[in-house]
Structures are given as structure tokens and as C-alpha cells.
Design a protein around this ligand. Structure first.
Ligand code: EPU
Length: 434
């Protein structure tokens, strides 16, 4: 289906599907083809604003967040065509018609703030609402804003919005106080059209940022060191269009891998990048699961017994904060006490209250530390997805719980997981939307 009409604005509120119901107890077996990564797609869609030439993205997951970004790009003046059945998006930002990113979109999805770097670089101006997104603790954008200032932007911070004026940005030396994922992407994109060279020190090095760097290179940007903490960008006068394929979603793959282990099954994840999965692979093996690779397929099988482990969620290549909640389900089944230290976000353990409704022996020690004692049989319950990843965690818990579980607020999950019900069903789970 080819669509160019902006029809998606109300998907969050008028969604007919609000719950997922699971009958626990199935053993997951089979193959899953992993979708393209949401968090790699969003910055590359924003990067299409850097050029007046057409850009094509392949392997795009068809998710709510992609449609929010589509709406935003259209408001800014880009033509966007979505070919849902072929997972393809075409963007043509011949002109940027406005430099104002509306507050309601930026509030709804933090990644909307990713248009800041490209719009500022292309038009010399920007007005945007302060970003919202999942409630995981404080989520400032001061790293981005300080970087834009270093590149010559005058920044006015109003009540819930930012206004920036820059003319052409100028290259600068930027030290990031924190290796922010979105911050690195914003500054990297802004620097491509700046006059002179920019260095970004203490940059984030997540695989999604490497995906963005590759697309920018294809556009003719002169970027070096992407994927390391030290990036250099030599600004150019103009950029070309690109045709790029989105990298596999390491977070979706990780969720299914953990599902295989906790359900005592065996799953093959197709089209995954081994290097992107290393932190999870280490921890799965340490817990006693078996993981092996054949080219781009990852095979995961549960061990006879699961050992307790400690995970520390950190920027890549640390353990991904986005898999921390899913891994907690595995911890409830390990023999002994496991510990989680969430070091990226300061309030990302709220799902523990929901897991406890299902019988998990889980204790939140501080807002960033938790203990899980197992093995504990879980029982079906009515629980709520509090954000994208806690929703995935509760679905995994429902898969192994005795009886029926119902997970509501499922619009969160639909922001991040393409066809999660279809994929779990194909592995043998008894799961459906209500
Ligand atoms: N931070 C600062 N100052 C800043 C920016 C961030 O202190 O100026 C702190 C935040 O307070 C937070 C931490 O840094 O505690 C992480 O923030 P970061 O900016 O790195 O994260 P993000 O860019 O907002 C992206 C992903 C998240 C993922 C994190 C961490 C996208 C669209 N989002 O968020 O994904 O959890 O990086 O890897 O790429 C998700 O997909 O469910 C999701 C939340």
C-alpha cells in the first residue's frame, strides 16, 4: 500500500486495539525475521531534510513512531511516501517550508527533536517544542543545545520551546558531557553542512549512530570516526540524496532471544548483526543460555538451569537499557538473586510494580537498582505497559505465567515492535490483540 496522506496523527488516542491477552505456558520455537531498527530509521528520516534531493529508506519498520516522524517531515515541507508492504519510505525535502516543529508532535515523541540539527543546518533557524516521549526519568537536551551554541546558534529557551538563529553553522570543538544518543545524532547532522570542521568528543557509539553515519556518507558528508567516542566532520556546501537500508533491530532481536530462553524454547533470529548483539550475548551465556551464530542468524536455546547474573545498563557497548526490563523476566527464573543497575535513565524500573502483580520476587532498592530472586513461578494478571520496553517485558512475563495475562496501554508497545503479536504467534505463543 502506497500512502502519502497524513492520516496517522491520532493513532495514539483513537486506537481500537488497547490490550494484548496471553495464555501463558507455550514454548517458543521457530524462526523470526527481525525488522529494521526504529531507532536507526528515525534519525535517517530526519537526515533527509539536509538535502533537496530525493532519499529512499528500505527495510523500514512500519510503526507508530515512523508515522509521527512522517507527519512532522510533511509539516516541515517534505513529500513523504510510505510503501508499507515493501517497508520503503521515500522522502523529498525540495524546500523546507517552515523551521517550526510543532509542540504536539515533539512532545509526543522525543525523537522528533532529531529534526533540530538538519533544520538548523539547512535553514539557519529553528523553533521547536521541548521533547517528550516515554517517561524514563529526566530527559534533557542540553547536550544538543550546547553543541548548537558552540556551532554559532543563538538560542532562546522559552516556556516549553526553543528558538534558534544561526545563519550558516560554523564548525566547532564540542565536548559532550554525556554521550547522548539523540544528541550525538543531532550534532553529527548539523555539522555536515557547517562551515569548517567539527569534532565531537565523548560521542555516543550505538549501532544506530553508525547507520546514520553511513547514510550521511552516501549523501556526500565527510564524517570520520562514527561509532567511536571521537567524531570529526568536515562540513560541505551541499548534500545529495541517499538510498539506504535500515540496520536490523537489535532490541527486537534481543526481546525474542530472551523469550526463547525464558520459555525454555529455541528460536532462530534471522537478519541480525552479531556485533550489535554482543552485550546481550555475553549476558545470556553467563546466565546459562546457549547462543550461536551462522552468518546473520542468531540461534538461542535455553540452558538446563538459569544462573543469577548482574546487569549494568550503560551506553553501547554496555548492556542496552532498552533490554534491561526484558532481561528482568529472565532473572525471575534464575536460581538465586540477580541484580540490575540502570545507569542510563534515572527512572526506568517502574515496571517492577507490574511484574510483582504477576508474582515476581522483585525489590526496587533505589530508583536505579533492583534485585530479583528466583526461580519464581509467575501467574497471569492484568498489567499495564508503562513505556515501549516495559510493555515488551510484561508480554514476556505473560508468555511464561500460568493462566491468562492482559497487558493494557499497548499503544506503547506498538511504537517500538512491528507485528509483535504475529511474530510471537508464529513461534507458538497463544497471544492476541483485544
Ligand atoms: N542526558 C543528559 N543530557 C542530555 C541528554 C541526555 O544528561 O543532554 C541523559 C538523559 O537524562 C538520560 C541519558 O542521558 O538519562 C540517555 O539519554 P540519551 O539522550 O542518550 O537517550 P535518547 O537519545 O533520548 C535513545 C533512544 C532510547 C534509548 C536511549 C539510550 C531513540 C529514538 N531513542 O534515547 O530508546 O533508550 O537512546 O540508548 O533513539 C526506546 O526505543 O524505547 C528508547 C527509549
Amino acid at each position: 500500500m502506497l500512502s502519502s496522506a497524513p492520516t496517522r496523527l491520532n493513532t495514539q488516542t483513537d486506537d481500537a486495539v488497547s490490550r494484548i491477552v496471553i495464555q501463558g505456558g507455550a514454548t517458543l520455537r521457530g524462526n523470526v525475521r527481525v525488522s529494521g531498527a526504529k531507532n536507526a530509521t528515525l534519525p535517517i528520516m530526519a537526515a533527509a531534510l539536509l538535502t533537496d534531493e530525493p532519499c529512499t529508506l528500505e527495510n523500514v519498520p512500519m510503526l507508530e513512531d515512523i508515522f509521527v516522524m512522517t507527519d512532522l517531515l510533511r509539516i516541515l515541507g517534505a513529500e513523504v511516501e510510505i510503501d508499507e508492504s515493501n517497508h520503503r519510505v521515500r522522502i523529498h525535502a525540495r524546500d523546507i517550508k517552515t523551521h517550526c516543529a510543532p509542540q504536539e508532535l515533539v512532545e509526543r515523541m522525543r525523537a522528533s527533536f532529531l529534526v533540530s540539527g538538519p533544520v538548523l543546518a539547512r535553514t539557519g533557524k529553528l523553533q521547536t517544542g521541548a521533547p517528550g516521549g516515554c517517561k524514563l526519568g529526566s530527559r534533557p537536551v542540553d547536550v544538543d543545545v550546547r553543541g548548537f551554541k558552540r556551532m554559532g546558534a543563538e538560542v532562546f529557551v522559552g516556556d516549553g520551546y526553543y528558538k534558534m538563529d544561526a545563519g550558516r553553522l560554523v564548525g566547532a570543538e564540542i565536548y559532550m558531557d554525556y554521550p547522548s544518543h539523540t544528541g550525538t545524532e543531532n550534532l553529527l547532522m548539523a555539522a555536515t553542512l557547517a562551515r569548517g570542521s567539527t569534532t565531537i568528543v565523548n560521542a555516543a557509539s550505538e549501532p544506530e549512530i553508525i547507520g546514520l553515519g553511513n547514510a550521511l556518507r552516501e549523501m556526500g558528508a565527510r564524517v570520520h570516526g562514527v561509532g567511536t567516542p571521537h567524531i570529526r566532520v568536515d562540513g560541505v556546501e551541499r548534500l545529495r540524496g541517499f538510498h539506504t537500508a535500515i540496520i536490523p533491530d537489535r532490541l527486537e532481536a534481543g526481546t525474542f532471544a530472551i523469550g526463547a530462553v525464558v520459555s525454555k524454547g529455541e528460536v532462530v533470529l534471522e537478519r541480525v548483526a552479531e556485533s550489535d548483539m554482543l552485550p546481550l550475548t555475553y549476558k545470556l551465556r553467563e546466565a546459562g543460555a546457549q547462543v550461536w551464530w551462522s552468518e546473520s542468524s542468531m540461534m538461542v536455546r535455553s540452558g538446563k538451569r538459569l544462573e543469577p547474573v548482574e546487569i549494568q545498563a550503560l551506553p553501547f557497548p554496555g548492556f542496552p537499557t532498552d533490554l534491561q526490563a526484558a532481561f528482568a523476566v529472565l532473572m525471575t527464573q534464575a536460581e538465586g538473586t540477580s541484580r540490575v543497575f540502570e545507569r542510563v535513565f534515572n527512572d526506568r524500573l517502574r515496571y517492577i510494580g507490574e511484574l510483582r502483580k504477576m508474582g515476581a520476587q522483585a525489590e526496587q532498592v533505589t530508583s536505579q537498582e533492583a534485585r530479583f530472586t528466583g526461580p519464581t513461578p509467575l501467574t497471569g494478571a492484568d498489567v499495564s505497559a508503562l513505556d515501549i520496553r516495559s510493555g515488551a517485558c510484561l508480554i514476556l512475563a505473560g508468555l511464561i505465567a500460568e493462566g491468562q495475562s492482559s497487558v493494557d496501554q499497548i499503544h506503547h508497545v506498538r511504537r517500538g515492535y512491528e507485528d509483535i503479536v504475529g511474530k510471537f504467534s508464529s513461534l507458538g505463543a497463544d497471544i492476541s490483540y483485544v
